[in-house]
Design a protein around this ligand. Structure first.
Ligand code: HDE
Length: 708
């Protein structure tokens, strides 16, 4: 019997026979507990007669220790929480599938990347880094972007972030960095943010952080939703094809939805008004069939070109500008299914950068190397032992067998006598698989190693400012302004003047004197010419660093607030709803109170929400519908405040009929983002273009002076 045939016989038929996409669903189905139509029992299966009263010595007497039903219930409850992740504790996730484009065999032998006919099930978890599990979604922070691919050759985890670089170059500095950004130890303040002394103390002393801090101070760190963020593998990885030829790759995933940001004022307000803003958005988009989609691409560098850049490919604080190496698309993934249970799936999912499959391998990036150890280690205390791979969300869909046995939370009943190798009792099974491409055994890439054991940073890692400068120089003017505002805001919260001074003079001035002087002016710090100015990167400006390079083609899932009152025009409401449906956008009819309003014909118009409860900051654009009852209907000021705030936050606005007067009343000038019409259909195309571009940036100078 050949090796492969024997292996599948040993493996059994269950996982192998399942179709790829449904495999994960079926696996989860098998472990789903659905209590409908079942009697309430204890964990031992004893039917419970009374779940309302504990066992007592008389109706007013003390509770008895022998009440095993009470004790079992309370004991289980007492242990419901597990330790949250030390970083990336706040997160949300969803299921979906990945599908490769044809033609990737030249790069890799990984089956899920080379067979374009299969849909590989995936699970994605997005997260913030700093805050605890209960913190707000919209804080200024890097977002985690971790994908588990349940491939037929084993689970592959791509554990990345929404920015392409990291704060430190060597894993040994990671605990220091995390301690500095986490809430300060004496007060446990601030929750979810970096605007405090310890963070700025550390980063101003560690210039290798300069580039990533610049990304964190940009609009990338306050995304509008999780559907419109990019993802990056950060480190350089390797791909190996069936001939054994290796290339270096950087992973990028680009959202079909385009990129969009919150304004800082919105982000702060949302932290209070809807701390679950991002997780709600993702859940609702998927539930309504607006499935978010990303394209996976790679930047490819031939092995022989490793040294040809003015930075080191192994340095995780550097990007490869797309002008030097363009991104080659290799596949796409779609998120199309919400979880059934947050804890079982999102909280218990365990990612690890060391989970790779044949055709993909690591490089010597010293940050990546430390990560390879850290993730499994953290799961041991978080998930209570080494069997966390048996949890439904972590279990591979392909067969897996070895001689690891027992330990906490073992849920398999291993049969047979021999749990060692070599053995002659079980004919030496489970057996090794040769590494040749067609057999599929994992083989590490045979990189030549020749060096001294040494604790030293390579000289090629020593330029810390030129790419920070490249990033700043590549941003659009409004994005640069936001960076100045963000440094000003954060440093204004720093209590110690010497830390502010050091960041502005010794970091920012080295990156860009003008940037440093703007921030310095705001903080009352005089900035002098730098000691160590950034040398220019070989690329002066990179076109794909500004978010304005990622405008979506459609307005699918964009949210539009439609403000109505008693006496509104039904014709315009119908037109808005038809248009939104055709565009797959979400139009919410918002009423002054939760009940319906009456239109001009006195028929009820159903409410999707109340204006006070569904604030403008939760929407991408607004429409004020015309009607008979103005200004009586707007007398309490809620609608006016809505308009003022939407205007301030640079939203596209449509004013229909009598509502055209409102801007004038509020002393706000009309501009290219405020559309006046009698009929909605007359401006719908223009409105769509404005929404695709998301904000009316030309309004920003005026909007900053608008109180709201
Ligand atoms: Fe992580 N990181 N990390 N990290 N990381 C964790 O693992 C760690 C780094 C990232 O949704 C932890 O299971 C070290 C870079 C994401 O479950 C922990 C170092 C990048 C997630 C850990 C890094 C990341 C984590 C905490 C430096 C972007 C959330 C819980 C050597 C490329 C995954 C856990 C999820 C989570 C360690 C640096 C991304 C403690 C030691 C660089 C997206 O093991």
């Amino acid at each position: 019997m050949n090796h492969k045939a024997k292996q599948s016989e040993v493996a059994g038929t269950d996982a192998l026979d399942k179709k790829n996409e449904s495999a994960k669903t079926q696996q989860l189905d098998a472990s789903r507990s659905d209590a409908t139509d079942h009697a309430l029992t204890t964990n031992q299966g004893v039917k419970i007669a009374d779940n309302q009263n504990s066992l007592k010595a008389g109706v007013r007497g003390s509770t008895l220790l022998e009440d095993f039903i009470l004790r079992e219930k309370i004991t289980h409850f007492d242990h419901e929480r597990i330790p949250e992740r030390i970083v990336h504790a706040r997160g949300v996730g969803a299921h979906g599938y990945f599908q490769a484009y044809p033609g990737n065999e030249q790069y890799t032998k990984a089956g899920f990347l080379t067979d374009s006919n299969i849909q590989t099930p995936i699970f994605v978890r997005f997260s913030t880094v700093q805050g605890p599990r209960g913190s707000a979604d919209t804080v200024r922070d890097i977002r985690g972007f971790a994908i588990k691919f349940y491939t037929q050759e084993g689970n592959y985890d791509l554990v990345g972030n929404n920015v392409p670089v990291f704060f430190v170059q060597d894993g040994i500095k990671f605990p220091d960095f995390v301690h500095s950004v986490k809430p300060e130890p004496h007060t446990e303040i601030p929750t979810g943010g970096s605007a405090h002394d310890t963070f700025w103390d550390f980063v101003s002393l560690v210039p290798e952080s300069a580039h990533t801090v610049m990304w964190a101070m940009s609009d990338r760190a306050i995304p509008r939703n999780l559907r419109s963020i990019q993802g990056f593998g950060v480190h350089t990885f390797r791909m190996i094809n069936a001939e054994g030829k290796a290339i270096f790759v950087k992973f990028h995933w680009t959202p079909k939805q385009g990129l969009s940001q919150l304004l800082w004022d919105e982000a702060q307000k949302l932290s209070g008004k809807d701390p679950d803003f991002h997780r709600r958005d993702l859940y609702e988009a998927i539930e309504s069939g607006n499935y978010p989609e990303w394209e996976l691409g790679i930047q490819i560098v031939a092995e022989e070109d490793e040294m040809k850049f003015d930075f080191d490919l192994l340095d995780p604080t550097k990007i490869i500008p797309e002008e030097l190496v363009p991104v080659t698309p290799i596949g796409k993934f779609v998120l199309n299914r919400n979880v059934d249970n947050f804890f079982a799936e999102i909280e218990q999912v365990a990612f690890c950068p060391a989970h790779i499959v044949p055709g993909i391998d690591f490089t010597n990036d010293p940050l990546l190397q430390a990560r390879l150890f850290s993730y499994t280690d953290t799961q041991l205390s978080r998930l209570g032992g080494p069997n966390f791979h048996q949890l439904p969300i972590n279990k591979p869909v392909c067969p897996f067998h070895n001689n690891q046995r027992d330990a906490m939370h073992q849920s398999f009943i291993h049969r047979g006598q021999a749990s060692y190798q070599p053995n002659s009792i079980d004919n030496n099974w489970p057996a090794e698989t040769p590494p040749a491409a067609q057999e599929g055994g994992f083989e590490s890439y045979q990189e030549r190693i020749d060096g001294k054991k040494i604790r030293q940073r390579s000289e090629s890692f020593s330029d810390h400012f030129s790419q920070a400068r490249l990033y700043y120089q590549s941003l659009a003017p409004h994005e640069q302004k936001h960076v100045v505002d963000a440094y000003t805001f954060e440093l204004s919260k720093v209590q110690r003047p010497h830390i502010r001074q050091r960041e502005v003079q010794e970091v920012l001035a080295n990156i860009d004197l003008d940037l440093a002087q703007q921030v310095g002016k705001n903080l009352g710090i005089e900035v002098t010419a730098p000691q160590n100015p950034a040398k220019n990167s070989s690329v002066e400006k990179s076109a794909r660093l500004t978010m304005t390079a990622f405008i979506p083609e459609d307005i699918q899932a964009k949210k539009i607030a439609v403000l109505v009152h008693d006496g509104v025009s039904q014709a315009n409401i119908d037109a808005i709803q038809q248009w939104a449906k055709a565009e797959k956008a979400v139009a919410h009819i918002l009423t002054p109170t939760p009940g319906p309003v009456l239109n001009q014909q006195q028929s009820p118009v159903a409410s999707d929400g109340m204006q006070k409860a569904e604030p403008s900051i939760a929407y991408d654009a607004i429409v004020l519908v015309d009607g008979d009852n103005y200004p009586q209907a707007l007398k309490d000021g809620v609608t006016k405040h809505y308009l003022l705030e939407a205007y301030k936050h640079l939203k596209p606005i449509v004013l229909l009929g009598d509502k055209q007067k409102l801007l004038h009343e509020l002393k706000l000038p009309h501009d290219e983002g405020t559309l006046n019409a009698e009929d909605f259909t007359a401006v719908q195309e223009q409105f769509k273009t404005l929404i695709r571009h998301h904000r009316v940036w030309s309004r920003e100078a005026i909007a900053d002076t608008v109180p709201a």
